[in-house]
Ligand binder design. Structure first.
Ligand SMILES: [Zn+2]
Length: 262
């Protein structure tokens, strides 16, 4: 279920004294979501990570905790039989097909471990669904770009989540206090910041925006899961944890493989 933004606007109007509302600009949210290395957002087509200062990280943790309290209250006020917090053992599989789930969380990348799972889909356009109930805290649908072997190389414009993530969304999970990032979606992201959604709600469709537009990257969902932890010596910073066992569990519940009879 998607709640109309009118309800959100009413909630915001009722609390004009609060400095941070439920929905903040996507660039601000991305700075709170990233750990210690990305002070600037967006950073254009030239990918260059600028480390945050200790002060930026500290104040980011404080601001994020304030927002999380507001999101939890907002979610609780709207939860009911159709929308309830989702325990890890009840996560939903994020695809409408089984696809190919890789446990590539630790795979090395240029700037460190991958820190997420990739689920490859048989074809573009497969529906991406939310594993849990939660509050959508960022969504970006404006990424337009690609890769030209001759000519411009990698190019993009617009305001998806980021150059690397492309179109997608970030969901806050009140049950675990964690965050899901859905990256590389095609045009037509179906949620907006401020939506309260149930587990299994369609987020959008698999595409190849962001880094997935580069040669050799197949059609896939890049799914990251972050929870508050400690990074660069500062408690409270979001750190990636490997959600493989819970996502695999959801897949095997929803798409059991029939064993052949001997
Ligand atoms: Zn990935």
């Amino acid at each position: 279920m998607l709640l109309p933004l009118i309800a959100l606007a009413a909630a915001l109007a009722a609390a004009p004294q609060r400095s941070d509302s439920l929905v903040i600009p996507a660039g601000d949210l991305m700075r709170l979501y990233t750990d210690c290395g990305e002070a600037r957002w967006p950073y254009g087509t030239e990918e260059r990570l600028v480390p945050k200062t200790t002060g930026e990280i500290d104040s980011g943790v404080v601001r994020r905790r304030g927002l999380e309290a507001a999101w939890r209250a907002y979610f609780a006020a709207r939860a009911g039989d159709s929308i309830r917090p989702t325990d890890t053992t009840a996560w939903r599989y994020p695809l409408g097909v089984r696809g190919k789930l890789l446990d590539n969380f630790l795979n090395p990348r240029a700037d460190g471990p991958h820190g997420a799972l990739d689920i490859f889909v048989p074809r573009e356009g497969e529906e991406i669904r939310s594993p849990v109930a939660g509050v959508v805290v960022a969504a970006g649908d404006g990424w337009r770009g690609g890769y030209e072997r001759r000519g411009r190389g990698f190019y993009y414009e617009g305001d998806g989540l980021s150059r690397r993530a492309g179109n997608g969304a970030i969901l806050y999970d009140p049950a675990s206090g964690g965050y899901f990032l859905f990256s590389h979606l095609g045009v037509g992201v179906r949620v907006r910041a401020g939506d309260v959604i149930a587990a299994g709600t369609p987020i959008g469709r698999a595409g190849h925006t962001g880094n997935a537009a580069l040669p050799g990257h197949g059609k896939h969902l890049h799914l990251a899961y972050k929870v508050p932890g400690t990074a660069c010596g500062i408690p409270g910073v979001l750190v990636a944890v490997d959600p493989y066992r819970w996502i695999r569990g959801a897949r095997d519940r929803e798409y059991p493989v029939r064993r052949r009879r001997p």
